[in-house]
Design a protein around this ligand. Structure first.
Ligand SMILES: C[S@@+](CC[C@H](N)C(=O)[O-])C[C@H]1O[C@@H](n2cnc3c(N)ncnc32)[C@H](O)[C@@H]1O
Length: 267
């Protein structure tokens, strides 16, 4: 199981959707008090930025929230139309829709059970969720001002189709705000696909050390959740998936073998 987590992107593409569905169903089953609303590695600022102000309720998810906040990169989302592709359990969608006040924020995911979870769990006026796939986005051309994508794109069945679809549904001048992990040898090809879709690359940053700093601070919480909720035989794979200190995933980020990048891309 741990090998499957480590080699997910190298598995046959037809296995990805069922594996995501299995993963979400497993989380729904074991996380009965809905403590895990994020599925990303998190982010910690390393240059003395002012500490992000969060409500007491959001404080527990600080590092995962900080990754979303870094991706948004102070863009003015107020009154804008925003779509998130690959919203997972909706924690980022909830944070951005409450703190950045877009006119509408739609979270979309390939997993029906994660969308059912989100629809039952969140009650925010401007926020809604739909089931859909990144390679065929169910909206008209020029529908959105911003599209957000956190830790999801790299493993899509057809990443070029995803970039083309995002370009199609963004209005001219609209932005794709994206962060994901990637092997250094994959970056050139990733960038070629971005360019081929027609995007202008406004910013691209290697944020691996910020992600490692986030994991250093958040590992204890992640381990506690896994140790108290997940059956023993699945704990090692969950910890690898969660990137806790000492796992192969964490060590790969720390050594630079696996990197984490954020992008601002403009149509
Ligand atoms: C690592 S999780 C990240 C979730 C969320 N962005 C977060 O940071 O908490 C990746 C998400 O992408 C979703 N996903 C994977 N392939 C997808 C696709 N082709 N279309 C839409 N969502 C997809 C998965 O179901 C999963 O919820």
């Amino acid at each position: 199981m741990t090998r499957i987590v480590e080699k997910f992107a190298e598995l046959p593409k037809f296995l990805r959707k069922p594996l995501w569905q299995w993963w979400h169903r497993t989380m729904n089953k074991y996380d009965s008090d809905n403590a895990a609303n994020f599925m990303n590695y998190g982010y910690e600022s390393l240059n003395g930025d002012p500490r992000l102000e969060l409500t007491d309720e959001d404080e527990v998810d600080r590092y995962c929230i900080q990754l979303y906040d870094h991706v948004v990169n102070k863009a003015d989302l107020k009154g804008k139309k925003v779509l998130e592709v690959g919203c997972g359990r909706g924690g980022g969608a909830s944070y951005i829709s409450r703190y950045y006040k877009p006119e509408i924020y739609i979270g979309m995911d390939i997993s029906e059970s994660s969308i059912n979870f989100c629809n039952e769990h969140y009650n925010v006026d401007n926020l809604s969720f739909i089931h859909g796939v990144a390679e065929s986005i169910p909206y008209e051309n020029n529908s959105f001002d911003f599209i957000i994508n956190v830790e999801s794109a790299r493993v899509y069945r057809d990443i070029q189709a995803f970039f083309n679809e995002v370009y199609r549904v963004l209005r001219p001048g609209g932005k794709l705000l994206l962060a994901d992990m990637i092997y250094p040898h994959e970056i050139e090809n990733f960038n070629k696909r971005i360019d081929k879709a027609g995007f202008k690359r406004i910013s691209e940053k290697n944020i691996s050390s910020n992600v490692v700093a986030g994991l250093d601070k958040d590992s204890e919480r992640r381990e506690y959740l896994i140790d108290t909720k997940i059956p023993k035989f699945l704990r090692k794979s969950f910890k690898t998936f969660a990137g806790t200190v000492g796992t192969s995933r964490y060590n790969n980020f720390a050594s630079g073998r696996f990197q984490y990048w954020s992008y601002t891309l403009e149509k």
